[in-house]
Write a protein that binds this ligand. Structure first.
Ligand SMILES: Cc1cc2nc3c(=O)[nH]c(=O)nc-3n(C[C@H](O)[C@H](O)[C@H](O)COP(=O)(O)OP(=O)(O)OC[C@H]3O[C@@H](n4cnc5c(N)ncnc54)[C@H](O)[C@@H]3O)c2cc1C
Ligand code: FES
Length: 288
């Protein structure tokens, strides 16, 4: 039987051994996994991530960063309501790319992973605007759900635009609808939503001279985020992006994850995505 959550369990970030509660395929090569990890679950806020490793394996040796998709009290809850300090389960959604995610997809209920987190700065610098636009590409939706839900609950109008290659890439769309978001899709092959990329979708939703959003929060591949950064800059709209940089340590010591960030004198310097990000103002990054 699950032990009751205590104040001691809800302490700041720590390495935690987490049991797989359930694990299911939700879209093409995309999985959702629920872990019992009270320390991580009760501390996580929108935009946080964790370094995840498969317990007891040395291949792959290094953990990988995954966004905390959502947190829950019960093992089978679909409704994330309730005070954060009572949450003891965290869900992650991942696309199978390489060594780690291929191995992760083989785990079954009862298997264990280690999680280190919550890490990163989260979306806290995104201003409280009346109209927030969330933009995801590929697997970038994973860091945006809780931001959208929090802001919709606070009274903002939140629009969620998600672009992918084809319809089969979209999973758990109902999570975004239940969170009160207005959902729009784009696919390159036209199999769902608008045929085109996510910037084509933004052009459709916000035509030249139309009502611009108060702010944009964006996560996805670099090229897509650079295009969204140009789109927002051209309209004078503020934008924050969450970088999906490769990471080795997650705690600021290896410099694997550096990004080029503009400084006040017009130059730029390296910043560590794991500790100074992963979320940065789009205008502060050197994209090219
Ligand atoms: C803060 C943060 C949060 C993240 N959250 C998530 C998440 O919630 N879900 C998720 O699926 N991924 C997420 N990622 C990306 C994930 O960490 C990487 O995809 C990871 O490298 C996968 O490990 P792997 O061993 O399976 O693949 P690797 O062996 O690391 O890579 C295999 C191949 O896939 C390519 N590749 C790796 N990552 C990506 C990528 N993001 N896009 C396109 N190609 C890639 C590599 O270039 C390589 O060719 C996040 C990254 C960061 C920095
Ligand atoms: S991953 Fe090691 S410094 Fe960021």
């Amino acid at each position: 039987m699950a032990s009751p959550i205590t104040a001691a369990a809800c302490t700041p970030r720590a390495v935690e051994t987490a049991r797989v509660v359930w694990h299911r395929r939700i879209a093409d090569a995309t999985w959702r996994i629920r872990l019992e990890c009270p320390r991580l679950a009760c501390q996580s806020a929108a935009g946080h991530f964790a370094m995840v490793r498969i317990a007891g394996r040395v291949d792959p040796l290094l953990g990988r960063p995954l966004a905390v998709y959502d947190t829950f009290r019960g093992p089978d809850d679909a409704d994330p309501s309730g005070p954060p300090e009572e949450r003891r389960h965290a869900d992650f959604i991942y696309a199978v790319h390489g060594r780690f995610t291929t191995a992760l997809a083989t785990l079954r209920p009862g298997d264990e992973v280690t999680v280190w987190g919550p890490l990163g700065n989260g979306w806290r610098e995104v201003p409280a605007v009346d109209r927030l636009l969330l933009v995801a590409g590929g697997i970038g939706q994973t860091s945006l759900l809780t931001l959208g839900r929090d802001r919709a609950a606070a009274g903002a109008r939140v629009t969620f635009c998600w672009g992918a290659g084809r319809a089969g890439a979209f999973g758990e769309l109902d999570d975004f609808r239940r969170a009160g978001l207005d959902v729009h899709l784009a696919t390159l092959d036209g199999s769902a939503g608008l045929r085109g990329n996510v910037v084509d979708l933004l052009d459709r939703l916000v035509p030249e001279g139309g009502e611009a959003p108060g702010h944009v929060a964006c996560c996805g591949p670099d090229g897509m985020m650079a295009a969204v950064a140009r789109w927002t800059a051209a309209r004078g709209v503020g934008c924050h992006v969450s970088l999906e940089a490769p990471m080795a340590c997650g705690i600021g010591i290896c410099f694997t994850c550096v990004a080029r960030v503009r400084d006040a004198d017009g130059g730029w310097d390296w910043r560590r995505t794991c500790v100074e990000g992963p979320i940065f103002p789009a205008t502060g990054l050197v994209w090219e």
